[in-house]
Design a protein around this ligand. Structure first.
Ligand code: NAD
Length: 482
């Protein structure tokens, strides 16, 4: 892929190996202090941290808008609003999820106490993308710290300022041990150094980079959670509310200028309602207001310059293969503005139906029946998000169950992230492991199984030395052996 130069550039900040080592050492010191805090103390401190950050909402809006160009409503909704919902859920369940759990025991071991304790992993490395520069780093760092860890955050080089704002704002609260959350600016090399310096990696980004991250972490026997790319198939049945489905497709493909991992990337519509669906969606896409200033705008700009070329290439490929393309013009290359595009009469041999676009494009393909779309979707290598649209909820839920994706919606496009209680992640090449949900919190810990001998205080256990036949007979009976 060729990259056309534009006026926008990634941050030149690149942490040196010595700086990374110093931050990692500080994070280890902070983690040693923080792990001794009770869960209740961590909940109290982190709630207060969130309150202090939320009070600086205008600064977050400004820095995120500057780095991404996203409409201010979207900063409020997707970056801050969703963060607040995650904080509420995580802090309300943390004492139960992360607390000690009594384990059941065999009756013959009645004089011992058994329980499972969740132990923090130490220092968590977060490697994050540019599309949600506040929400993704903040949400994962919050969960990691709630579970008792320190965090080294390597943000995308395209959104370094937002991450540095977060680091400084958290430090300014003086509510957490110094160095508990540190930012390591830079590109791939800094990312690799963070993998080497930490105990667990949570990577969010492309499938291509995710594979390199997984290999590097595995080589050091470090666990990694990978949140990668997707190709959301939206499957519209003939009995769907076409009005809601058309609005949903427009929003879920074009919000954040299409730069959403779970956003709708292709629409399959049952043949008998295809024309009607197209009729409904055309004016909705045409009505989108695209502006750079973030106010009263539905759509802003792209963040990552190569996307302009990727999308243009995909549209050109579709056009050449017979699709009707409406929109999709590059409006302002310097400012990375591309008009939203509808791709009608799309087919599976077009790149736009199988390769992640990550832009405001809506390819629409006619299918005879929804089951055909399910089979086409499952034939792909990605498995992040999908949705089914029908007024027959039972049928919709059955089709949803057949889709090989981690996140699925019925008459619902892509709001899973706001439900902290729902595990979030992909199947197949869209990822490994999950953030959010109880399993997402638990992933930041390891279990430690604790056995306590309660009584008698000084006598040895019966099955210790010396062995003899009489003892063996008694133990056999005790353990129910024939
Ligand atoms: P990317 O893979 O280019 O970069 C992600 C991060 O990895 C950046 O911080 C980058 O500097 C770093 N990196 C690059 N090379 C590295 C290396 N060798 N070792 C360690 N780190 C390295 O992705 P991107 O363009 O920033 O983000 C867009 C992608 O992210 C899309 O594919 C999108 O679908 C995906 N995404 C997924 C989710 C999810 O939850 N599944 C959420 C948001 C975005």
């Amino acid at each position: 892929m060729t990259t056309t130069m534009t006026g926008r550039a990634p941050s030149a900040l690149e942490a040196t190996p010595a700086e990374i080592a110093a931050k990692a050492a500080a994070a280890r010191r902070a983690a040693a202090v923080w792990r001794r805090a009770t869960i209740k103390q961590r909940v109290t401190a982190l709630r207060a941290v969130w309150k202090a950050l939320a009070a600086r909402r205008e600064e977050i809006r400004a820095v995120v808008h500057e780095e991404t160009g996203k409409p201010l409503v979207e900063v409020d909704l997707m970056e801050l609003g969703a963060a607040g919902l995650l904080v509420d859920w995580m802090t309300s369940v943390a004492p139960r999820v992360l607390g000690d759990k009594a384990a059941s025991k065999p009756w013959s071991l009645f004089n011992k106490r058994a329980y499972e304790r969740r132990v923090p992993r130490g220092v968590i490395g977060l490697i994050t993308p540019w599309n949600m520069p506040f929400l993704i780093p903040f949400g994962d760092a919050f969960a990691a710290m709630l579970a008792g860890n320190a965090v080294l955050l390597k943000p995308s080089e395209w959104t370094t300022k937002t991450a540095l704002w977060l680091e400084h704002a958290v430090a300014a609260t003086s509510l957490l041990p110094e160095g508990l959350l540190s930012v390591v600016p830079g590109g791939g090399a800094a990312g690799e150094a963070v993998i080497d310096a930490t105990d667990m990696i949570v990577f969010t980004g492309s499938t291509k980079t995710g594979r390199c991250v997984a290999v590097r972490a595995a080589g050091q026997l470090k666990p990694s959670v990978l949140e990668l790319g997707g190709k959301h198939p939206m499957i519209v049945l003939a009995d769907a509310s076409l009005e809601r489905a058309a609005s949903a497709a427009t929003w879920a493909a074009c919000s954040n200028a299409g730069q959403v991992c779970v956003g709708v990337e292709r629409v399959f519509v049952e043949a008998e309602v295809y024309e009607r669906f197209v009729e409904l969606i055309r004016p909705k896409v045409a009505a989108l207001r695209q502006k750079l200033d973030g106010v009263d705008a539905d759509l802003g700009r792209m963040v990552f310059p190569p996307l302009l070329d990727r999308i243009t290439e995909q549209l050109e490929d579709a056009r050449k293969k017979g699709a009707r393309v409406i929109g999709g013009e590059v409006l302002d290359r310097e400012n990375l503005m591309i008009a939203p595009a509808l791709v009608l009469d799309a087919r599976m041999d077009m790149k736009i139906m199988t390769e992640e676009s990550f832009g405001p494009v809506i390819p629409i393909m006619k299918v005879a029946r929804a089951e055909e779309a399910v089979a086409l979707a499952n034939a792909g290598s990605e498995g992040l998000a999908a949705s089914v649209w029908t007024t027959d909820l039972a049928k919709g839920e059955a089709l949803a169950a057949a889709l090989e994706v981690g996140l699925v919606g019925v008459n619902e496009p892509a709001s899973h992230y706001a439900f902290g209680s729902l595990p979030f992640g992909g199947m197949k090449q869209s990822g490994m492991g999950r953030r959010h949900g109880e399993e997402g919190l638990l992933a930041f810990t390891q279990s430690q199984s604790v056995l306590v001998h309660e009584w008698p205080a000084s006598a040895p256990d019966l099955w210790w030395f010396p062995y003899n036949e009489k003892k063996a007979g008694f133990l056999r009976k005790l353990m129910g052996l024939p």
